[in-house]
Design a binder for this molecule. Sequence first.
Ligand code: HEM
Length: 399
Amino acid sequence: MVPEFDLGESFNLLHDPYPLFAAHRARHGVFEGSVMDWSKTPDEFRPEHQYAAVSFDAVNTVFRDSKSFNSKIYDATIGLFIGPSILAMEGQLHRAHRNLVTTAFKAKSLKAWEPEIVRPICEQLIDEFIESGRADLVRDFTFEFPTRVISKLLGLPEADLPWFRQRAVELISYHVKYQRAFEASAALKDYFTAQIDLRRSNPTDDIIGDLVTAEVDGEKLTDEEIYSFLRLLLPAGLETTFRSSSNLLYLLLTHPDQFAAVQADRELIGPAIEEGLRYETPLTTVQRSASVDTELGGLALPAGAVVDVCIGSANRDEARWERAEEFNIFRKHVPHITFAAGEHTCLGLHLARMETRVAIECLLDRVTDIALDTAEDPHIVGQPFRSPTAVPVTFEPIT
Ligand code: HEM
């Protein structure tokens, strides 16, 4: 049975989970309980043994100790919507599968994607709103650009973008409207299968083409493995990137001195991206299960216990960062754990960083005097996925 929040205080988990994380961290790096809100989940669906890792060390240990912890729990959650994917695999199966899909994310491709795909898409989106002198940067920019980037990287026909965008939104909203997500998942399967078929007879230079031809030690990916991986890219690659770049823009706009420093010195874009990823982690919590009876942070965990791996809390661990509760792009660089660690380390981390850098560079090149319109009370919200409700801004085009 999972204990409810046990610290005797009331926390607004959706608005700001960080005080709850800090309160737990101050007591233990690992505790029996959860950082998620289980209040609406019927008892029979709650794990029998539930723990949470909240210190940096504990989170890092769980990610790296793949003998004691596995991610098979995804089969019963997001796996229901995307199919069997790399995320839930382990050991040799995971390594073989990861080697195959990695061929589609090689450094050479990344280098070409920046000028050929990512920058033109950012420019095109800015063209669409620049004349009006105002925009909601979430609706008009940060959601749309990773959607268009993924669609282009996959090599989907331009005319399919509205259909693809709609199915992507439906799939990533699986926790809110699961029936619609199942339908989107089935539609995406049919759509991707047709795209795979096209490339089997006529190979193309795009991610689907690379996945169709990928071969490591005589092994190739099946159609099901390919379309499941492609569906995984929507929550893994689109949603996280849209949320993290929105968070960064919001944080810079609400810290005008730091924003002005970035405008004056583009070398600060890199540190700003890392600090944004640390301070407002787009995905604050993932789960693992104990594969065997084990020990974590001095607690004995039975095999099968579910562990909340609280990346958001790890990233604010005061034992690792000075004044960890402050957003400060000038801080000494100490690596965060936003992209996880160990075997399942994010496969798209270089792409995500490049997309965010290019988006910020393009904005700074094209507009000035950007100010957040606070009338709508925009704010960052959500758990485990976090991002701003909106980023409404006014600005002057640079002519
Ligand atoms: C800021 C943006 C991103 C964040 C914060 C992020 C975060 C993460 C995290 C935390 C994991 C590990 C999940 C777990 O083990 O439970 C992960 C895995 C993964 N990510 Fe990302 N991600 C981002 C962008 C991307 C992009 C752009 C792509 C590709 C287009 C991508 C593809 C993947 C894949 C395929 C995995 C599974 C790797 C494996 O299981 O071996 N991610 N990501």
